[in-house]
Design a protein around this ligand. Structure first.
Ligand code: ATP
Ligand code: CA
Ligand code: CA
Length: 426
């Protein structure tokens, strides 16, 4: 945070970064319209397109109120193909990203990345390091071979890689699918790796409205795990296994499973409480009736009005195909029943108390390659700590431990059918 309370990244005000990348993306994606669709060629995975945006404008670019900047679009034709794969029309992509201000999220990560969320909740823009951008370029061909074969996956879906350059500072960013709905209150959120070494949320993280907890916190709060019906459990674990195989093949590690929980029973109670408070407030308007604080969800620190059980956006068709948690895990399984009365897209589950849950999840932060960065860190930590519990490990070990943790500790199979009982519905 810079002077005057303005958030900065690499000493550039983030409002300037946001406005500039919207211009850049708009130009890059809009310009693709003149290039006819065709099959992908090898070179499409290596192309970089660069455009200068002078504040006074040029024949190619509009005038703007920001500093002059340069914008690079990496592998634009390849990314267009990937957007196509997930049914994203160019116009919709631009409307989502460039038509309205983006929401800046507070990042619980240590990396200092900034995150922007599109107003319609579909996309996340994350700034990445130079190495991560380079790695994504190398990964692109193989990664999309996998996604092409199997779009039902919990792996992140990358829809663009860009670089904003201003005063010789480079801000690289990826556009990905957003995993967490903002219209639904998320009661708990976890970033899980399957490691127990230092995997506890910090004090400052805990003080947030919805902290992002880690592995040790999960074990403490859910010693019996989260219960899934057998079919759901099998579909989820199969998807995680398959995705881990892909990550392992690329020697990727240090990724997490982001797991967010909406507790339907708790939400109903909160709603009843809110109603009660409101009616008290009507009789005695002098009283403070703000007992229900604005909820924040997603990675956001932004406050929002209490979630509406039926908001328009909840029922709207998602722009990105096959990308809700529930859709992602159903490559081979029989369709998993979704209840009529609950927000769509979440995976039905229960906690040990028997409360009905909806789970939103996906694998995140996959642009760390073991080969590129982790070798030194591993040997150092391994010398100091028990090799088994160090969170930085060779990819095969990392992947196996990750899968074990998810399949045994985090998610549990309940033998009997566990339908959310209809009697509980209003
Ligand atoms: P670090 O490297 O320090 O772990 P990072 O800056 O690389 O952190 P991530 O681990 O990718 O950041 O993500 C940080 C947080 O941002 C996650 O815990 C999650 O709350 C949120 N987040 C990341 N990716 C997504 C996504 N695709 N959808 C929704 N939220 C996300
Ligand atoms: Ca991370
Ligand atoms: Ca990271």
């Amino acid at each position: 945070v810079g002077e005057g309370g303005e958030v900065t990244y690499k000493k550039i005000h983030t409002s300037q970064i946001m406005g500039s990348i919207q211009l850049g993306i708009s130009h890059a994606v809009g310009g693709l319209a003149s290039k006819p669709e065709r099959d992908l060629l090898m070179q499409d995975f290596m192309t970089i397109e660069t455009t200068n945006f002078y504040s006074q404008g040029s024949q190619l670019t509009p005038a703007h109120h920001y500093s002059d900047f340069r914008f690079k679009s990496f592998a634009p034709i390849a990314f267009r193909y990937f957007r196509d794969l997930f049914g994203i029309q160019p116009d919709d992509f631009l409307l989502s990203l460039c038509n309205e201000p983006l929401r800046e999220l507070t990042n619980p990560g240590a990396s200092g990345s900034i995150f922007y969320l599109s107003a319609d909740d579909e996309f996340i823009i994350k700034t990445v390091q130079h190495k991560e951008g380079e790695f994504l370029m190398k990964l692109l061909l193989g990664y999309y071979m996998n996604l092409n074969q199997n779009p039902r996956t919990l792996l992140p879906k990358f829809f663009g890689l860009y670089c904003y350059i201003c005063n010789s500072k480079n801000v690289r960013m990826v556009v990905m699918n957003n995993l967490l709905p903002s219209s639904i209150k998320l009661h708990e959120k976890y970033d899980l790796k399957g490691s127990t070494y230092k995997r506890k949320a910090s004090k400052s993280e805990r003080s947030k409205t919805v902290p992002t907890f880690k592995d040790l916190d999960f074990l403490e709060l859910h010693p019996d795990g989260i219960m899934l019906e057998a079919d759901t459990y099998n579909a989820l674990i199969k998807t995680i296994q398959r995705d881990c195989r892909v990550l392992e093949s690329f020697k990727i590690m240090d990724y997490s499973l982001l797991v967010a929980i909406h507790n339907l029973d708790l939400a109903a109670k909160e709603e009843a409480e809110r109603r009660r408070n409101n009616s008290i407030g009507d009789e005695d308007s002098g009283e403070e009736n703000g007992a229900v604080a604005g909820t924040s969800s997603g990675a956001t620190g932004t406050t929002q009005p209490p979630p509406l059980v039926r908001s328009r956006s909840i029922n709207r068709q998602k722009l990105v195909a096959h990308s809700t948690a529930l859709e992602s895990i159903q490559a081979e399984s029989e369709p998993i029943d979704e209840e009529d009365d609950v927000p769509p897209g979440g995976i039905p589950a229960r906690n040990a108390k028997g409360e009905r849950l909806l789970i939103f999840l996906g694998i995140i932060d996959i642009l760390q390659s073991y080969r590129l960065k982790k070798k030194l860190e591993h040997t150092l930590k391994a010398m100091i700590h028990d090799g088994d519990t160090v969170s930085v490990h060779r990819p095969g070990f990392y992947s196996q431990r990750f899968q074990n943790f998810m399949a045994k500790q985090v998610f549990r199979k309940v033998p009997s059918p566990l339908k959310h009982s209809p009697s509980k519905k209003k």
